[in-house]
Design a protein around this ligand. Structure first.
Ligand SMILES: *Cc1c(COP(=O)(O)O)cnc(C)c1O
Length: 418
């Protein structure tokens, strides 16, 4: 029997394992069905503990971290909660958390690159990112040596730090423009011969990688939570948490009720909030003015089958629009109470939890999982020397030759792949 089947949510047909799209032309997501109905954690490093429910055959031994879930005492008591679990993604050696790029994007990059290896793929992977995804992919590619083209808005290039000395597998193109410009340029390049797109929310390895946050939380706490809080840009992490919860219900040992999704966006750029409530929560200056612009995505996978809307509907979910002041206050409270620095995006989720408590959306005895999507960067920088990855080329989004220029340069660096 195959380890897993990739099935389309629209037509129900099984697809080739690496497909990103429905072969019948619908824009629905594909989803993985695992033949193992019950989850047995493996004695393997990092994320591979959950290999059974990842769409991979082998593993990348070195360099991956896993979520570390623990029961909160101090923040919980500050908020008047009795069953709050923190799913920490980042670097915190005292708790054995070793995600070396300090966000949960590491959970997406490792399974994605493992699958690329399994396909004997010689094309160059193209990744567009506002920073954290780029850092996660550059980390894994610096370990495996797989060539990588990163397309990153210039404003985000400070996020491209690395603990690796040798980053020769990475070709970094910075773009004068926003994240959307970077995505559209990357999309054009990825459609050319010799390049391959990583697929974003359509990539089942990314979603099931992020789904391991829920797996870790539930295996640690012992049952599905009543509530799941996460800061979102595209909302893909919310879809993943929902999908993982459905598998855990099928497993039979962890409860039968889907956790309610509480997805937090950062004002003034909260398109998922707008889509859900029909208000206009996207300012013209976006992604300017946000507490953390990694949380901005102009075209989140909302209305497609299996997307964010379905996840919210199935779980009775809520979307929050968080002001910078609320995020900043929550960041200080969290860091003081729990004793670890967190990524500003994660503070937006903490603020949503504070709001949910105030508004009575959660009760004191409810079981709650708070996904800290990134943390411990300051801690890591005390322990490791890091360097900034220098751009191999800088282009303007308005330059009609940008695409050709990048392609030619990348082919010169990595050789032409056919
Ligand atoms: C990417 C990211 C998010 C949002 O992820 P989604 O893809 O929208 O689920 C949240 N926090 C951090 C730190 C991130 O890097």
């Amino acid at each position: 029997m195959n380890k897993y089947t990739v099935r389309c949510l629209h037509c129900g047909e099984a697809h080739e394992p690496y497909s990103l799209n429905c072969r019948n032309g619908d824009d629905a997501l594909l989803r993985v069905e695992y033949s193992a109905r019950q989850l047995h954690p493996a004695d393997m490093p990092g994320i591979w503990r959950y290999k059974e429910w990842l769409p991979v055959q082998g593993i990348i031994e070195e360099g991956s971290g896993k979520t570390v879930t623990y029961k909160s005492e101090k923040l919980a008591s500050e908020l008047g909660l009795n069953d709050l679990w923190i799913a920490f993604n980042g670097y915190w050696p005292q708790r054995d958390a070793r995600m070396m790029t300090c966000t949960f994007k590491d959970l997406e990059s490792f399974p994605t690159m493992q699958r690329l290896k399994e396909q004997d793929e010689v094309r160059i992977m193209v990744v567009a990112s506002a920073g954290n995804t780029a850092r996660a992919f550059s980390h894994v590619c610096s370990i495996t040596g797989q060539p990588l083209l990163l397309v990153v808005p210039q404003e985000s290039s400070h996020r491209l730090w690395t603990t690796h000395e040798d980053t020769s597998a990475v070709f970094l193109a910075t773009v004068e423009g926003d994240y959307f410009d970077a995505i559209s340029l990357a999309g054009k390049i990825a459609s050319r011969e010799g390049f391959v797109n990583e697929g974003g929310a359509r990539n089942v390895a990314r979603r099931d990688g992020m789904g391991t946050v829920m797996l870790d939380a539930v295996l640690t706490a012992g049952s599905l939570p009543d509530h799941y809080f996460q800061a979102v840009g595209s909302g893909t992490g919310g879809i993943s948490a929902w999908e993982a919860s459905m598998r855990l219900i099928e497993d039979g040992r962890f409860g039968s009720k889907l956790p309610r999704l509480h997805l937090a966006q950062s004002l003034p750029c909260a398109p998922l909030y707008s889509l859900k409530y029909g208000t206009d929560a996207v300012a013209p200056e976006c992604p300017g003015g946000m507490y953390d612009d990694v949380l901005f995505n102009r075209k989140p996978p909302y209305a497609i089958k299996g997307g964010v809307r379905d996840a919210l509907e199935a779980t009775g979910g809520t979307v929050y629009a968080i002001r910078n002041k609320e995020a900043a206050e929550s960041q200080s409270v969290f860091e003081k109470e729990e004793g670890i620095d967190i990524n500003p995006a994660a503070a937006v989720a903490v603020a949503a939890l504070v709001k949910a408590v105030q508004e009575g959306n959660v009760q004191p005895d409810d079981r709650i999982v708070l996904n800290i999507t990134g943390g411990g960067q300051k801690r890591l920088m005390q322990d490791y020397p890091v360097k900034i990855i220098e751009p191999s080329v800088k282009v303007s989004a308005k330059d009609p030759n940008a695409e050709d220029m990048i392609v030619t340069m990348v082919q010169n660096v990595f050789g032409v792949y056919k």
